[in-house]
Design a protein around this ligand. Structure first.
Ligand code: G3H
Ligand code: 13P
Ligand code: NA
Ligand code: ZN
Length: 328
């Protein structure tokens, strides 16, 4: 059944596990997540970015997710808007069938300029009021994602604060986090703690100076009932980097968020763990491999099938590692 995110996160909170939230853009990714969830009996959060909505279209996304629910009637599924940048995006998602939205008010609607407290609280509380009227959940964000190594906001295309940021902007303040949840009524809160989107998060395996799990621990110590969200939580496994590079890719050595750090964060209230990059790398690695090994092949099923299988294996591992297996 299609359910709100609040239902899933409350269950995860009660039983002390975390849910991976996988970004989806097409049929192959939806089937990969669902195949993994069915294999281990896990609840599912599928999330679509604004880019995913314009790539596939709302009608396609809605029907893909309805197909997933029809194929797997016993698995609870949430369809979540990832990084909504304003009320229009969030409310149009709900109308399109999403059961949850992220109102990312940490940045102004341009997606580049850090927002101040009042602006973030106002727009987030506004979306919460509307979403809750129709049973949809809301995730907010306080603090700006970016690198504690360089002090830079994200430099990816599409979204992310521009330029060098203050350390205090790159780390969510625990007292403010609690106040923000109370002021807005959000169901879940994304925090800044040194992770960033994409493959290039850290230049070395991160330790406490560049991945600040303390933010999580301190919020949890103040209010253990808050459902926390970690963005930028791909682990960027070495084997996926190696497959890409073995078949013509050019991925400079990089480090993601170690699984053991995520597992530790789940002990302190993280309930939703966003993963997109790992899935992209898993799929693209297999496609590169087939293209390199069989240059005469042009039946898309011959490369999409291994791509799906690689993403499914990745998703299954994350469900198990985060304790979500057996919770559907
Ligand atoms: O937040 C970023 C997610 O990885 C989605 O990426 O905006 O390129 O679809 P996207
Ligand atoms: P990654 O780029 O680490 O997969 O993060 C995805 C994310 O946070 C989507 O909102
Ligand atoms: Na999100
Ligand atoms: Zn994100």
């Amino acid at each position: 059944a299609l359910v709100s995110m609040r239902q899933l996160l409350d269950h995860a909170g009660e039983f002390g596990y975390g849910l991976p939230a996988f970004n989806i853009n097409d049929m192959e990714q939806v089937l990969a997540v669902m195949g993994a969830a069915a294999a281990v009996d896990a609840p599912v959060i599928l999330q679509a970015s604004r880019g995913a909505r314009s790539f596939a279209g709302d009608a396609v996304l809605r029907h893909l997710v309805q197909a997933a629910v029809e194929i797997h009637p016993d698995i609870p599924v949430c369809l979540h808007q990832d990084h909504g940048n304003g009320p229009e995006t969030c409310l149009s998602a709900i109308v399109a069938g999403f059961t949850s939205v992220m109102m990312d008010g940490s940045l102004l609607p341009d997606g580049k300029t850090p927002a101040d407290w009042d602006a973030n609280v106002a727009v987030t509380a506004d979306v919460v009021r509307s979403a809750h009227m129709v049973g949809a959940s809301v995730e907010g964000e306080l603090g700006v994602l970016g690198s504690l190594e360089t002090g830079m906001g994200e430099k990816e295309d599409g979204h992310g604060a521009e330029g060098v940021l203050d350390h205090s902007q790159l780390l969510t303040d625990p007292d403010q986090a609690v106040a923000f949840v109370r002021a807005t009524g959000v169901d879940a809160l994304a925090v800044a703690m040194g992770t960033s989107h994409g493959a290039y998060k850290f230049s070395r395996k991160p330790t406490g100076d560049i991945l600040a799990l303390n933010v999580i621990r301190e919020i949890n110590a103040r209010d253990s009932g808050i459902h926390l969200v970690m963005h930028g939580s791909s682990s960027v496994p070495q084997d996926l980097q190696d497959i890409l590079n073995a078949y013509g890719g050019e991925i400079p050595q990089t480090f993601g968020v170690p699984i053991e750090e995520i597992v530790e964060a789940i002990r302190f209230g993280v309930r939703k763990v966003n993963i997109d990059t790992d899935c992209r790398m898993a799929m693209t690695g297999q496609i590169r491999k087939i293209f390199a090994e069989k240059p005469g092949e042009f039946d898309l099923r011959k490369y999409m099938k291994p791509a799906m299988e690689a993403m499914q294996a990745l998703c299954k591992a994350r469900f198990e590692e985060f304790g979500a297996a057996g919770r559907a």
